[in-house]
Design a protein around this ligand. Structure first.
Ligand code: NAD
Ligand code: UD1
Length: 336
């Protein structure tokens, strides 16, 4: 029995493969490498000693999916495949809806046809929009501000409807807060194309000398020091959450949403000073205007995942900083 990992060559996928293999799971990756390369999977092999079976293909390609389900005994799917750049989603919304929404429809249709009805889906805290209070529980109202976020919320709604129509599905919707860091081997990590949009890879690229300074997007928010506050979670903790969710699907849970975060809010300026003190590297920064669409503060209430999945983020902010830097300094140009 095999776990199909769509988008397995990407940032969170590779870290999850390491954990799946440690748990002796048989895996099959489906990835079209639109935001990754086979090199990341070779690094997973280096870490685990296991060759990763991979099919180069697209979740939108029904024939490819049919072949996978006829040729392999797929018992469940962890569905990472998706596009994730917020700015790009505003410029090319149809591309995002086609890939993230239509692709997931095709995947679920083929899964149903082969009676494979267990799926773990990568959602995001972005589905909470601009929350009125923190910490955020799973029952907070949902809204979005950009096509990327809308595509995640649409897929969530589709999965909830799918379960309503057929209770034999088991679906874990994982709402990630802000994944950062890297495997402690330094062999796999986040490899953004172009200029990073997210804070952590920007900090490490400044530290390694690829960028001159960090722009801190606003210091006039109603937060502890005026800069934006987020719930940063180590990608290895996040990966472990997927194994717990997969195990939970065996217990006929239906369709359930889980926040995966640490429950702690950390500001941009705290991130910079934590990076500097853990790694002894300066991160020059300038305060600039707020980034349009940004919210002041976002962090998770984590009790539900802790109680239901028996999972808790264990790694510290220092671990996140040390591992992110270890990956960046050993691989200044990512997997290239
Ligand atoms: P990533 O871009 O590193 O990985 C996604 C992988 O999916 C890539 O390897 C890409 O080539 C593949 N892919 C994309 N579209 C595909 C398609 N149509 N068919 C086959 N493969 C396809 O991203 P990630 O950071 O690992 O994120 C994984 C998932 O988690 C995504 O769905 C993302 O939206 C979601 N997510 C990520 C974050 C984050 O901050 N990284 C936060 C919340 C949610
Ligand atoms: C962003 C996305 C969100 C997505 C998440 C994870 C936007 C508006 N939101 O969220 O949809 O789910 O990434 O991929 O893009 N910051 C700086 N300077 C930088 C970069 C970021 O000050 O160069 C600040 C931001 O203002 C924010 C914090 O750092 O306060 C974190 O930013 P980021 O890593 O982009 O994550 P989110 O904004 O939470």
């Amino acid at each position: 029995m095999t776990v199909l990992v769509t988008g397995g060559a990407g940032y969170i996928g590779t870290h999850t493969l390491v954990e799946l293999i440690a748990a002796k799971k048989s895996v099959l990756v489906l990835d079209n490498y639109c935001n990754s390369s086979v090199k990341s999977l070779l690094k997973v092999t280096e870490i685990t000693g296991v060759k990763i079976p991979v099919i180069e293909g697209d979740i939108n390609d029904k024939e490819c999916l049919n072949n996978i389900f006829t040729q392999h005994d797929i018992e469940s799917v962890i569905h990472f495949a998706g596009l994730k750049a917020v700015g790009e989603s505003c410029e090319q919304p149809l591309k995002y809806y086609q890939n993230n929404v239509a692709g997931t429809l095709t995947l679920c249709e083929v899964m149903g046809k082969y009676n494979c009805k267990k799926i773990v889906f990568s959602s995001s805290a972005t589905v909470y929009g601009d929350p009125t209070t923190v910490p955020i529980t799973e029952s907070f109202p949902l809204s979005t501000t950009n096509p990327y976020g809308a595509s995640k919320l649409m897929v969530e709604n589709i999965l909830r409807d799918l379960y309503q129509s057929d209770n034999s599905w088991n679906i874990a919707i994982l709402r990630y807060f802000n994944p950062v860091g890297a495997h402690q081997s330094g062999l796999i990590g986040e490899d953004p194309n172009d200029i990073p949009n997210n804070l952590m890879p920007f900090i490490t690229q400044v530290a390694v000398g690829k960028r001159e300074f960090l722009s801190v997007f606003g210091d006039d928010y109603d937060t502890k020091d005026g800069s934006g506050v987020r719930d940063y979670i180590h990608v290895v903790d996040l990966a472990k959450g997927h194994l717990k969710a997969l195990g939970k699907l065996e217990k006929n849970i239906g369709c359930v949403e889980y926040n995966l975060g640490t429950g702690s809010g950390v500001s941009v300026l705290e991130m910079v000073s934590a990076f500097e003190s853990v790694n002894g590297q300066k991160v020059p920064y300038k305060i600039t205007d707020r980034r349009p669409g940004d919210i002041a503060c976002c962090f998770a209430q984590t009790d539900f995942a802790e109680n239901e999945l028996n999972w808790k983020a264990e790694k510290s902010l220092s671990d996140m900083m040390a591992d992110a830097w270890n990956w960046q300094k050993n691989n200044p140009n990512g997997y290239e």
